[in-house]
Design a protein around this ligand. Structure first.
Ligand code: SF4
Ligand code: SF4
Length: 415
């Protein structure tokens, strides 16, 4: 109704009604579902509902979300094909918000970013309420909500109104794959102090802050506290975390795939930079064609379509686990040079398997717990859900020195 109505009538009224429905619906559903239950994780019937157990509803949702993204991505193509804009109502609906924030009319990507942010906020509230017994989960989820709302939606919108450029301050190379492409650097060099700042910010975050923070905290500082992809996975994706494939075969595919994506973007970036230093005389258009291919296959299909649309079928972290080059980069540091680990108290483990079941990254946590072994895995995003669902308090997320006698370093809340 809002979609159709906003195209012809008062978009502001329809927008307010739509936003109220989103937020009020989320609050009523959350309190209705968990309010009468004592604090503590309730995953009752997760394995049996159509939505969370790959039933008909899961398939319908997967196809709908995927289809929506494809229609949105090729909006102009469909417009030419059908002679009508499928998104005119939806885009008009968000015009008042876009005018207020960005001082320009909405486009389909502002609509997408706004819906994304609303999903993180509404489902974040649900997540916090569900895990309200855990201070780690409350603070961590508040953090991803804050970064999504402030750094990935509000600030870019304000920048757009001031400088006519919308930078995403929480994405860095190699995840923001074209951040250090010659074309991006040349653009920033023409933007005065503003442009210099963004070149500096991107380089420092990728090559200085990321290794240091990952050394101290593991990749969780980013994957579970800051990143927008992780933010959506941790909030809207929470009902699907148990769907991640736990098999050894999936682990092997994961390692090959994610490191191949990282290698691909490093090679493409280096080729583009080298070619640029030879005034594009060295490689012709081949490096640019590779970059375009990467943008479509990894940037659009993998992270956009599969990464979000397949939540109800393959779990919430398909992109983070199999495709994200930033996760691969931090994973290498986490695996070989980081203080982060999950410690286990094997004697307390009753082998219930809750930890493995709800690990969204497909890690067989129980096998480590049974042996009393520390978990130091490149893929662990430090969400802490394995520890939260453990009925025996076997698991602890820690930042410690390799030296067992050294004091523990812990700025993050303990779980
Ligand atoms: S091992 Fe635990 S903290 Fe790591 S990703 Fe899995 S559930 Fe999250
Ligand atoms: S949830 Fe706790 S008790 Fe159950 S298998 Fe995992 S570590 Fe062991």
């Amino acid at each position: 109704m809002a979609w159709a109505g906003a195209a012809n009538h008062q978009p502001l009224i329809f927008l307010i009604i739509t936003l109220l429905c989103f937020f009020a619906g989320g609050i009523i559903y959350t309190i209705g579902t968990y309010g009468h239950l004592p604090p503590g994780i309730k995953n009752n019937r997760t394995m049996f509902t159509s939505m969370s157990a790959r039933g008909a509803l899961a398939w319908i949702s997967g196809i709908t979300i995927t289809g929506f993204y494809i229609l949105l991505y090729w909006r102009d193509y469909w417009k030419n094909l059908f002679g009508a804009d499928l998104f005119v109502g939806l885009v008009n609906l968000f015009n008042p918000l876009s005018m207020a924030l960005r001082n320009t009319k909405a486009d389909q990507w502002f609509v997408y970013g706004s819906l994304y942010t609303i999903a993180v906020l509404v489902m974040g509230f649900k997540f916090i309420y569900k895990y309200r017994h855990s201070s780690y989960q409350i603070i961590r989820t508040s953090s991803v909500m804050f970064f999504q709302l402030g750094f990935a939606w509000l600030l870019p919108g304000i920048m757009k109104s001031l400088y006519n450029y919308e930078p995403y301050l929480t994405y860095f190379w190699p995840l923001d794959y074209d951040a250090i492409f010659p074309s991006t650097l040349s653009y920033f060099q023409t933007q005065g102090a503003f442009g210099q700042f963004f070149i500096f910010w991107g380089l420092v975050m990728t090559f200085v802050a990321t290794p240091i923070l990952t050394y101290f905290f593991g990749k969780r500082w980013y994957c579970s506290w800051v990143c927008g992809c992780g933010g959506l996975a941790e909030t809207a994706g929470d009902p699907f975390r148990h769907l991640s494939d736990k098999s050894l075969k999936a682990w092997k595919i994961e390692r090959w795939l994610i490191h191949s994506v990282l290698a691909a973007i490093i090679i493409i970036t280096v080729l583009l930079l080298v070619d640029n230093s030879f005034k594009n005389q060295l490689l012709g258009d081949s490096a640019k064609t590779m970059a375009k291919g990467y943008s479509f296959v990894i940037g659009m299909v993998f992270s956009g379509v599969i990464g979000v649309g397949f939540y109800p079928l393959m779990g919430s972290r398909v992109w983070c686990r199999f495709g994200c080059p930033m996760a691969a980069y931090m994973g290498l540091i986490q695996r070989f040079k980081s203080r982060f680990r999950i410690t286990t108290n094997g004697s307390q483990c009753i082998s219930c398997g809750n930890c493995s079941t709800y690990c969204e990254m497909g890690i067989d946590v129980r096998s480590y717990a049974q042996k009393g072994q520390n978990i130091v895995r490149a893929s662990c995003v430090g969400c802490g859900v394995c520890a939260a669902v453990c009925p025996r308090g076997v698991l602890k997320l820690e930042n410690g020195s390799d030296n067992k006698n050294a004091p523990k370093f812990c700025l993050l809340p303990k779980i």
